[in-house]
Ligand binder design. Structure first.
Ligand SMILES: [Zn+2]
Ligand SMILES: [Zn+2]
Length: 177
């Protein structure tokens, strides 16, 4: 269960970085699709019957919406990975068939975090800050092995991690690679 919970938290984190304007374009896309259906039906010769056009509009709106959400994700995600937000967003928009988005997911750098002590950019998976030697991942004070932030006892030697100062400090180790 904790694994499942962590996954959904991660998923929500990913959703949260989608830029707000992406949602605006999603709504705009749906409105445009509805407007197109209404407009086509008011014309003299509708190209398709209404029953066929409504699902087409919903499908089209969903595809376009997903496209905008992905662009919004690229825009937010590039920033936290130290990549050019503007450059990758433009690439995601301009390269046809969503290839720019695919290219982004292939080429994106590992996520970076900031050292709480010296504010140097550190990559995911670093245990110590390369600049100031700050301990980034929590570790057991007894056996020095890495532990999870939420661990109450060290899974290797059984030492209680709650009673000791500094045992649970450092960045959460849950940043995906
Ligand atoms: Zn540091
Ligand atoms: Zn231990």
């Amino acid at each position: 269960m904790p694994v499942k919970h962590e996954t959904s938290t991660r998923f929500m984190d990913e959703i949260r970085i989608i830029s707000p304007w992406a949602y605006f374009f999603v709504v705009l896309g749906f409105l445009a699709a509805i407007a197109a259906v209404v407009h086509a039906n008011l014309s003299e010769n509708p190209p398709f019957p209404l029953v066929a056009m409504v699902p087409m509009a919903i499908f089209g709106g969903t595809v376009v919406g997903c496209y905008f959400l992905l662009i919004g994700y690229v825009n937010g995600d590039a920033g936290r990975r130290g990549m050019s937000r503007l450059g990758w967003t433009l690439l995601a928009i301009c390269v046809p068939n969503a290839l720019g988005i695919v290219l982004y997911f292939v080429l994106r750098k590992p996520r970076i975090a900031t050292c709480p002590q010296c504010e140097n950019a550190v990559q995911t998976g670093f245990n110590f800050c390369p600049r100031c030697n700050y301990k980034l991942s929590p570790s057991c004070p007894q056996c020095q092995r890495l532990v999870e932030v939420n661990d109450v006892y060290c899974p290797y030697c059984g030492t209680s991690l709650r009673n000791r100062a500094g045992a649970a400090n450092g960045l959460p180790t849950e940043l995906p690679g």
